[in-house]
Design a protein around this ligand. Structure first.
Ligand SMILES: Nc1ncnc2c1ncn2[C@@H]1O[C@H](COP(=O)(O)OP(=O)(O)OP(=O)(O)O)[C@@H](O)[C@H]1O
Length: 941
């Protein structure tokens, strides 16, 4: 109990109170006898007593009397503008920049505050990270190592705040003298000086610093430091509907924490947090602990006694929050309750209150007005929308259009080849309009298979006057792009297209230059002048700035006038992956990654640096990207415009076929053109067919790996030769890609189970299937892509195989990719298939038209020998029994053998496979189940 004060004591107290230290006052309070319970009231803002989470506060018995005032004010003027998030509020702040600098110089510890500038950037509010509360089951010894480093495992035991010690000590001495009497807890308001003294000792663990100072103080006073260090200081910090306690490890307090029902331990900040309903109980329990002094929530008194005659909390209430975009037209304010702010909100004509989120939202045109007026409220700190957002939506900020979609004008495409323009589907035309409205800089992120290629060619052609054009693509699709240019731009002569095939190629040899990512990084130094128009296919390949491909592409994109990025999966797992693509399109958007990371990657400071792997404010990010950079349509959005099946001929890179494989192919082709017996010719054809399989393996694997890297999750790969099936499965195993395999050796009983396994799999999955053994009777409708690694001479079988995914249960448009390698048997098989389909179509037996994909394949049969081979193919595959011979040859083909139907060693297969992948497999039970099922030529739908 306090003794009555004499007049003289009161005067002395009044004189010194202005310089008293908060810590000392807290200590004195902790030493006061506890009062008995009575009904508590929240002395914080009146608003809190009327509305908001505080309405739910449980009312508890008596509380410490002056904590909330002594610690309740913060030096608001020093708050960093970026420091908006309640859970990052800082509790010890310095009064002057000089103090800040002095302290910072002595402070090497990284902070845990995500609201700071980039790593190593010194800012005021970074000075006081939350005190580390010992995690469960971790002793203080383990956690802190030594006393001074308490609060942060990284803290140096040598930490000393020498530079400001004199100033602080002086204040402490004065404070001490003022506290010689119990009147130090008197009812006078806390002065600025007192606050200054209190806040002049920031540290990573508040307590450490103050302990040092108090230790010095005790030394100066010749008293024992025992008392000064006996009580551990901490404080409560409001975080929306909850509050956290920032304090070093204290076993007794930890036991209290664990007794509270709403407790949550946050391992990132190493603090405990609680529901406000447990606030009174916690303060009361902490009050009983002699080893702990807890600063209550700013402006809130959870006790019955409340304040010790000091001004009540309304004037101390302080709220921080920020604006978030919630649609093209509106933004929302995310902030805790403030009566003044609500009054301001109510002045806004466009105000709306969302009862679900319990937040207010406004038209964008009210944004600037609201922010300006909120700045005049001293206890409100409202962060505006980021500059990038306000710039992107500047027209709405001036005057909000209520239109929820941007008005995109129709582009004039009269200069673009009519063949292309007239073939654009309506949504593709809209995509081209969007791109041109964005002046040729965009990320076209349409779902896979929606025809990004045709749109990109159209957009690039709109800027044809600025060509030469650079097209950077995954290596496996270089020739597919060449085909697409030839197909859609008849005005472009084939010689003007330059596909760079190796490191000796020239990047600028054509009007259209197509290069792989990897070759670009080798050849980019060739560039003397910049490309003004650049297309990047699968632009998510650039997601990691540290990769060679990204380092090569980004400088080219920076200087290009038009940048057309294409990706069906621009970010596969986290927003951070979008960053390079965003700055490639708009370098002025978030020029520093850290700002992007703070807002959209939930950036968190860890002991090793910043962690940007999270995600935050995704709704706003999506709106921002869609407004300024990105166009994304899903298949489901445009399904009515899509055909049920979209076939694509993928010309696989001939460069991948090794010289030796090519030589053996040429030898086999030559053999077929010799005047030999029918039997010999057939044998030569089988060799040619087998050599084709062997030669295609590296290209096939490259293509499959590119698909996986592009985010294709589930697809079917059909092949015919066992050696191809083996190589694919081996590679998938090596890459740990889940897959199933069904071939001639799979038992009937297992087929359905494997099929179900694939159907139900939610992750990546590839079904590796034999064309002949798995082309019918199985349903794989959970996939929407089929890849034919090899061609098969019987189109009926191919279409049956396609229909494993295109069947009842399929809700999407299905993509079919035929991998075709030039200079192989595919040169003959492909037209053979087309020819057969044509005949069937004429007979009304097929709606399928393969030829629509192959208009540009006019390289065939310029040579009479090629015609001879084609004739042989035609004859052989029409004769009864040939199928069986070819099938058996495919099954038993062993690339390592020296027989007439094999020959070269496995090292002929190119540079992506190791020898063992092609080793002969044990004999298997043959099972050729296919037969012509002409019914399947008509769509089941
Ligand atoms: N307007 C069109 N007319 C005819 N065919 C089209 C049209 N649009 C797309 N296609 C065809 O659809 C198939 C898929 O197109 P494309 O390869 O451009 O898709 P994508 O969006 O790039 O897919 P992915 O992301 O998988 O690469 C191709 O065979 C293409 O020729």
């Amino acid at each position: 109990m306090s003794l009555p004060l004499t007049e003289e004591q009161k005067k002395k107290i009044e004189a010194n109170r202005q310089k008293a230290l908060a810590r000392r006052a807290g200590k004195l309070l902790a030493e006061q006898p506890q009062s008995t319970g009575s009904a508590s009231s929240f002395a914080a803002s009146p608003s809190q007593s009327k509305q908001g989470p505080s309405q739910n506060f449980s009312r508890g018995p008596s509380k410490p009397k002056s904590h909330s005032v002594l610690f309740g004010q913060q030096n608001l003027g020093n708050s960093s503008r970026g420091d908006q998030r309640p859970h990052n509020s800082h509790h010890y702040q310095l009064s002057t920049p000089e103090q800040v600098q002095r302290i910072w110089k002595n402070q090497e510890m990284p902070t845990a505050c995500p609201n700071q500038g980039p790593p190593n950037q010194t800012t005021l509010s970074g000075l006081s990270p939350p005190l580390a509360q010992g995690p469960p089951n971790v002793s203080s010894q383990q956690l802190f190592g030594c006393k001074i480093s308490q609060g942060h495992p990284q803290a140096s035991c040598q930490t000393e705040l020498t530079s400001d010690a004199n100033t602080t000590d002086e204040l402490l001495v004065k404070a001490k003298s003022s506290q010689e009497t119990p009147a130090s807890s008197s009812s006078q308001p806390t002065s600025d000086l007192e606050l200054e003294a209190r806040t002049a000792k920031p540290s990573t663990s508040g307590q450490n610093t103050s302990d040092i100072h108090e230790g010095r103080l005790q030394e100066k006073l010749g008293t024992s430091p025992q008392k000064a260090v006996s009580s551990q200081k901490g404080l409560c910090v409001r975080e929306g509907e909850r509050f956290s306690v920032k304090i070093g490890y204290n076993a007794e307090l930890l036991a209290v924490f664990k007794s509270l029902p709403s407790r949550i331990y946050d391992p990132t900040t190493k603090t405990w947090n609680f529901s406000l309903t447990d606030y009174s109980a916690l303060l009361e329990a902490a009050q009983r602990l002699h080893t702990v002094t807890l600063q209550p929530l700013a402006g809130v008194d959870g006790s019955s006694g409340g304040q010790i005659g000091l001004p009540s909390a309304p004037s101390l209430a302080f709220v921080k929050g920020r604006c978030m975009l919630i649609s093209r037209a509106r933004f929302e304010v995310d902030i805790s309750y403030s009566e003044d702010l609500i009054a301001l909100f109510k002045q806004m004509d466009s105000r709306k209150y969302d009862v679900t989120t319990r937040k207010w939202n406004f038209l964008l045109e009210d944004h600037n007005k609201l922010i300006t007026r909120a700045r005049s409220l001293p206890q409100v700190q409202l962060e505006p929308l980021p500059k990038t957002v306000t710039l992107a939506f500047s027209s709405q900020l001036e005057k909000t259009s209520l239109c929820l979609t941007a008005d995109i004008p129709e582009a004039d495409l009269s200069e673009v080849d009519d063949k292309l323009v007239s073939n654009l589907m309506p949504f593709q035309r809209a995509g081209v309009n969007f791109a041109i409205a964005k002046r040729g800089r965009l990320l076209l992120a349409d779902d896979m298979g929606l025809g990004k290629t045709i749109q990109a060619i159209c957009i690039a052609t709109f800027y044809r006057k600025e060509w030469p054009l650079l097209v950077v693509v995954p290596s496996s699709v270089r020739f597919t792009w060449e085909q697409a240019f030839l197909r859609w731009l008849p005005s472009l002569s084939p010689e003007r297209i330059n596909v760079v095939v190796n490191g000796k190629g020239c990047l600028t040899a054509g009007l259209v230059n197509i290069v792989s990512f990897d070759l670009l990084s080798k050849l980019e130094r060739q560039l003397k002048t910049s490309f003004k128009v650049v297309i990047i296919d699968e632009s998510h390949f650039l997601k990691n700035i540290k990769t060679a491909r990204c380092r090569a592409a980004v400088p080219i994109l920076k200087v290009a006038k038009r940048v057309i990025l294409l990706s069906g999966t621009p970010a596969m797992s986290r927003p951070a992956e979008l960053y390079t693509q965003i700055i490639a399109v708009k370098p002025t958007f978030f020029p520093q990654f850290h700002a992007f990371g703070l807002r959209y990657c939930d950036a968190k400071r860890q002991h090793w640096g910043w962690d940007y792997s999270g995600s935050s404010n995704l709704g706003e990010l999506k709106l921002l990207l869609e407004e300024a950079i990105m166009l994304r349509r899903l298949k489901s959005d445009v399904l009515s415009q899509l055909p049920a099946k979209q076939r694509k001929m993928v010309v696989v890179a001939p460069g991948r076929i090794s010289a030796k494989a090519r030589a053996s192919l040429a030898a086999a082709a030559k053999e077929m053109t010799r005047k030999i017996t029918k039997e010999q010719q057939k044998e030569a054809l089988i060799v040619f067919f087998n050599r084709t399989a062997e030669a295609k393996i590296p290209c096939v694997i490259e293509y499959i790996l590119d698909l996986l890297e592009s985010g294709r999750e589930k697809f079917l790969v059909f092949a015919h030769h066992k050696v191809v099936l083996d190589a694919i499965t081996k590679e998938l195993e090596r890459k740990h890609v889940p897959h199933i395999r069904i071939d001639g050796s799979t038992l009937s009983a297992d087929r359905e189970a494997l099929c179900q396994q694939f159907q139900l799999s939610e992750r990546h999955s590839v079904a590796v299937l034999s064309i002949t053994a798995a082309n019918m009777g199985l349903t794989f409708s959970s996939a929407d892509l089929v890849v034919f690694a090899e061609l098969f001479w019987n189109p009926g079988v191919l279409i049956q195989a396609e229909d494993r995914v295109h069947r009842i249960g399929q809700t999407s448009s299905v993509g079919i990719h035929y991998l075709v390698a030039r200079g192989t048997a595919d040169d003959y098989l492909w037209p053979l298939i087309q020819e057969k389909i044509k005949v069937l179509g004429e007979a009304g037996l097929s709606e399928t038209n393969f030829s629509e994909m192959t208009e540009a394949t006019n390289y065939l049969y310029k040579d009479p020998k090629q015609q001879m081979i084609y004739d042989l193919f035609q004859k052989s595959f029409e004769e009864d029994g040939t199928d069986m011979e070819l099938l058996e040859a495919a099954e038993s083909f062993d690339p390592g053998s020296a027989s007439g139907t094999s020959g070269s060693s496995s090292c002929d297969l190119g540079d992506t496979l190791d020898e063992s992948s092609l080793s002969a497999s044990p004999p298997t039970k043959r099972r050729f189940e296919f037969f012509d099922n002409w019914d399947s030529f008509t769509s089941p739908f």
